[in-house]
Ligand binder design. Structure first.
Ligand code: NIG
Ligand code: FE
Length: 415
């Protein structure tokens, strides 16, 4: 069965020759076709062009026609950094922050990641799966078609496995494309408070082999930050991950810069994430590498910390993507429409840069750019149709509004 969507006011981010990612001046480039159609078959994009170019229908029995009603089509968001599998929200900590405590102070008082870990230990597997699936389904309707999900609220072999098995079930049962990341080194559990090395050994010698033997992770991650894990831990962990074929994606420079960016990149990370605090040495570490930066503006918004210097990345020709960091502590929203608005309002990116950063560059950060992140023949038919809007800039300008009319994943409309 073929599907043709016609009367698209603008088909945005379409590529004749797909690129891996866009950086520097290229981020301003965004190809789109006005008054367009798109054809899909067997989950893939098979053709697109202007309505004048459309050859019409050759077999009415095998072609379904959908009218876009003059909405625009954009490729679905590729959200490369989330912690979507968590047990419960943490609005009590939010309240403490409103009353003056910092994110770090809350963590030092037993809140934060350790608080989420306690909740994961108690929750039943099935309930955790159901809650996570519901969150994922809601994000799909907001335009997310591919998503990375981390563990890291387990911090014990059993609980990390619990989260990663839930992610595996989500992969099997959702039309969204999912990449999973093992983040055992997210925080030091209280029983290892004075013995961090023993916890690192547990991650490397017990968790990693068990996770690898079940094929539960695509990537490995660590929170490299004061009070959490340092440069040596980062090196050890990334090298251990490599033995199991897991490339790194690290949390670095959220609050402090002390060499985590360079350590991550020399150890082959596909992305380094957060980067709210950047110095010259951190920027230089990116030169002549294939590593992409992942910026998380909703975390800055929610915690009231600095925004990553996105324009400096552009100036230096360093590729970056924008992701949601969806998690209960520092970004309790996975809404990529809001991330896009922040990209424009707070990071001062223009609409073309925001769209590249949330689609093709997000796909590259998950290593799925061959099949996702743009409208091109042979890529997966993952896109959304907007309500009629005056321009694609309007998507970022009208923050908080829901402008998505229909979402298609692998060519199927998601209701
Ligand atoms: O990416 N920074 C570390 N990890 C998460 C937050 C985790 C939490 O507070 O629960 C983040 O922001
Ligand atoms: Fe994170």
């Amino acid at each position: 069965m073929k599907t043709v969507i016609k009367n698209i006011s603008k088909l945005v981010q379409c590529e004749q020759s797909p690129v891996k990612f866009k950086a520097g001046d290229k981020m301003k480039e965004l190809n789109s076709i006005s008054n367009a159609y798109i054809e899909i078959e067997n989950s893939l994009i098979t053709d697109f062009g202007t309505m004048e170019e459309w050859k019409g229908i050759d077999d009415w029995n095998t072609t379904k026609i959908i009218d876009a009603d003059n909405g625009m089509i954009l490729p679905c968001y590729c959200d490369s950094h989330t912690h979507l599998v968590f047990a419960d929200s943490r609005e009590n900590e939010f309240n403490d922050r409103i009353n003056g405590l910092s994110y770090q102070e809350i963590a030092n008082n037993g809140g934060g990641i350790l608080n989420s870990a306690k909740k994961i230990e108690k929750i039943d597997d099935e309930l955790l799966y159901e809650k996570s699936l519901k969150r994922l389904d809601q994000l799909i309707l907001k335009g997310t078609g591919a998503i990375e999900i981390k563990s890291g609220y387990g911090l014990s072999l059993q609980s990390e496995l619990k989260i990663l098995r839930v992610i595996k079930r989500l992969k099997e049962n959702s039309r969204a494309t999912i990449k999973s990341t093992f983040l055992g080194a997210h925080a030091i559990p209280s029983e290892y408070k004075n013995n961090k090395n023993e916890y690192i050994d547990l991650i490397i010698n017990e968790m990693l082999p068990a996770i690898a033997s079940e094929g539960l992770a695509d990537f490995i991650d660590i929170f490299c930050e004061k009070g959490y894990f340092d440069i040596n831990d980062t090196r050890k962990l990334l090298q251990a991950g490599k033995k199991y074929g897991l490339k790194g994606k690290t949390h670095v420079n959220q609050f402090n810069s002390f060499g985590g960016v360079k350590e991550s990149i020399v150890n082959g990370c596909i992305s380094v994430d957060h980067l709210e605090v950047m110095n010259e040495e951190d920027f230089l570490a990116f030169e002549n590498t294939n590593c992409i930066a992942t910026l998380l503006p909703s975390c800055s918004f929610f915690l009231g910390i600095p925004y990553s210097p996105a324009k400096e990345f552009i100036k230096r020709n360093i590729p970056f993507n924008l992701a949601s960091d969806f998690n209960p502590g520092s970004s309790p929203s996975g809404n990529m429409n809001f991330v896009s608005s922040l990209g424009s309002i707070k990071l001062k990116l223009n609409a073309e840069q925001v769209i590249n950063a949330t689609t093709i560059n997000g796909a590259y950060a998950m290593q799925i750019q061959e099949k996702f992140g743009s409208i091109s023949i042979g890529k997966k038919a993952n896109f959304f149709i907007t309500k009629p809007i005056p321009s694609y800039q309007y998507l970022h300008y009208s923050f908080g509004e829901n402008l998505i009319n229909k979402v298609f994943l692998e060519g199927v409309e998601i209701k």
